[in-house]
Design a protein around this ligand. Structure first.
Ligand code: ATP
Length: 586
């Protein structure tokens, strides 16, 4: 397959914001493609070359890319730097440079998809001393034969800025349309949720159709996308929703970890599917001692504990352990953690995700020997609000955030990658009205005035609307930032700057600076109100108006464990608004 054929599709995708058109465009590409190419196309269209949880990452530093571009084209450095400053998009800069250069290049071989893919894979895999020069050579080799429009996308993907606006959901829809029917969307989604590898799902569908897809199971080594909980404000409502009886567990305030065990090899994944193994060798060791068996996928919460008392500490303490390359031994000693396992998704060759929670809990109990550092979540089956309230207080006293209520009915399967009422969280914040935190995405900023001159005065924050794949504004956030945070924000956000409003952002406000939705912040609001200027849930609660969070404050927590599409959804905010109203009226 020629790379140019893919680039033509990219151009078509970029020229529309309609998800329907995107879906059809991608579906016809998939249909006309040999199955051996599907994986590569799926990864590359989403800006990668492998599934997200693989170690290979693109994202060449701008400086190195610029050097490569200059070396590969012999273009005038001053001119390229000027263009770079004006455009801020390596893709456009590269295309312009190539348009000028093209008249002088006589010999070039048409680029194939395979050649571009292999070169990018090498670039991502090269590490260590001397790798920069080899990376440059690899990239220059494909750039040499690239047409201007091809060079645009090579530049974007290699610098980690593909930004075609194609969400996983769009790819899922297109795969269903291409190889099955629209009605099979759910099956495609499930296959993705249990493997986290959309390329593999696409290839399986292409080769073996819907039957092949339905035969896919969870696999040790492929992280399963996390099952998420809905929220309800009272034990009464929780029990009613659960049919009068449910399993209640401590809701630990830590880091969610999924352990993939096969023989002696243990890999730990975060909720964002990052490989945490290197950062938690102590957890790996503890699991090795506690697990009885050969292969399993277990899920739990990793909680920081006080070295002296063994008591649980706030989540923030565990963040000292994250992203560390140096001083790991000291960090393990200073910030010890304990794993509380709450689910078993696979055991000795059997996929348990379609089994009920009681069955999974039995499996978990059988395969784990409780030790000092590996325990099971504290759990109780309860059927009265008094008992729930008692257990809730007990959980708070133990240093937990509250309770997780889990359905124990026959249909209490593990719904990978989705939020629903099979699990319901009940947190201490619900005791007072509208003080639960939400996780919002930064989509814009306003220049500061007065004391905040030179830094951002406020950020424009948005919820996520998964139905439309859009980010909808919910507030301007200016409180809760200390001086140090204010000072680093422009730098933290600079990578995501956009010349104008990002196409996925719905906003009626004009921000001074726009960003690609990326950074997620935890925000505490005082109340929710109807607002004509915000777009969150626009038109759903009142015609011509959306929802706004009043008196929002940054809690100080950067939710780096969440991707923008994991942020609080517009629907969740609407649900919070409706519940708040009910209680105020009642
Ligand atoms: P969400 O994960 O629902 O998007 P969030 O990240 O703000 O929201 P919480 O509101 O704290 O998280 O609730 C869900 C999280 O609680 C889970 O992702 C998991 O990390 C954690 N958790 C703690 N204890 C348990 C438990 N016993 N069972 C399931 N999850 C638990």
């Amino acid at each position: 397959m020629l790379y140019q054929d893919l680039v033509k599709v990219y151009e078509a995708l970029e020229s529309t914001t309609s998800r329907l058109v995107m879906t059809d465009t991608l579906a016809s590409l998939f249909r006309s493609t040999d199955c051996s190419h599907i994986k590569k196309i799926v990864y590359m269209t989403q800006g990668g070359i492998v599934p997200d949880f693989f170690p290979e990452k693109l994202g060449m530093a701008d400086k190195l890319y610029l050097r490569t571009l200059l070396a590969a084209t012999g273009a005038n450095e001053a001119m390229v730097r000027k263009l770079w400053a004006e455009e801020g998009d390596p893709g456009k800069v590269t295309e312009k440079v190539f348009e000028t250069k093209k008249q002088t290049t006589l010999f070039s071989e048409p680029l194939t998809l395979d050649r571009v893919y292999e070169a990018l894979l090498r670039v991502a895999r090269l590490e260590g001393s001397g790798s920069q020069e080899t990376k440059m050579r690899c990239l220059a080799d494909i750039l040499h034969d690239a047409k201007p429009n091809e060079a645009r996308y090579i530049a974007r993907i290699v610098t980690g800025r593909m930004r075609l606006g194609v969400a996983s959901q769009t790819v899922i829809d297109s795969l269903a349309v291409a190889f099955a029917t629209k009605a099979d969307k759910g099956a495609v989604e499930r296959a993705f949720n249990i493997t986290s590898d959309l390329g593999l799902v696409g290839e399986t569908l292409c080769k073996s159709g819907i039957d092949g897809l339905n035969a896919m199971h969870v696999m040790v080594g492929n992280p399963i996308r996390a099952m998420l909980a809905e929220r309800l404000p009272s034990p009464e409502e929780i029990l009613e929703r659960m049919g009068g009886r449910a399993m209640f567990e401590y809701k630990y305030d830590g880091l969610r970890v999924q352990a993939h065990i096969t023989g002696d090899k243990i890999t730990l994944y975060s909720r964002r599917l990052e490989d945490l193994t290197g950062q938690f060798p102590d957890v790996v060791k503890a699991l090795r001692e506690a697990f009885i068996g050969q292969t399993a996928i277990l899920e739990g919460e990793c909680v920081p504990v006080d070295i002296n008392t063994g008591e649980m500490l706030p989540f923030q303490e565990v963040s000292h352990r994250r992203g560390r390359k140096h001083g790991l031994t000291e960090a393990i000693e200073d910030y010890p953690v304990r794993l509380h396992l709450f689910d078993c998704l696979y055991l000795e060759g059997e996929d348990l995700t379609m089994r009920s929670l009681p069955d999974r809990r039995t499996a978990l109990t059988r395969c784990v020997k409780v030790t000092e550092n590996v325990r099971l979540s504290e759990a109780r089956v309860l059927d009265s609000t008094e008992k729930v309230q008692e257990f809730f207080i007990e959980a708070l006293n133990a240093g937990c955030e509250g309770l997780m209520a889990k359905s124990i009915n026959d249909d209490s399967v593990y719904r990978a990658g989705s939020r629903g009422y099979l699990w319901i969280k009940y947190k201490k914040e619900y005791r007072s009205e509208m003080t639960d935190t939400v996780d919002l995405v930064v989509v814009g900023a306003f220049h500061g005035r007065g004391k905040r001159g030179g830094v951002y005065g406020a950020l424009l924050m948005a919820t996520y609307n998964p139905e439309e794949d859009r980010f909808e504004t919910a507030c301007k956030l200016g409180s809760g930032f200390d001086d140090a945070t204010l000072a680093i924000l422009p730098e933290r956000l600079s990578r995501f700057r956009q010349p104008s409003r990002h196409p996925l952002v719905e906003s009626k406000m004009e921000a001074d600076v726009w960003f690609e939705p990326s950074l997620v912040l935890e925000v505490l609001g005082a109340e929710l109100s109807i607002s004509p200027i915000h777009t969150c849930g626009h038109g759903h609660i009142r015609n011509g108006a959306g929802l706004a969070i009043r008196f929002p404050r940054f809690t100080g927590t950067f939710r780096d464990d969440k991707r923008p599409r994991d942020a609080t959804t517009s629907q969740e905010l609407m649900d919070m608004y409706n519940k708040q109203l009910k209680r105020v009226e009642g």
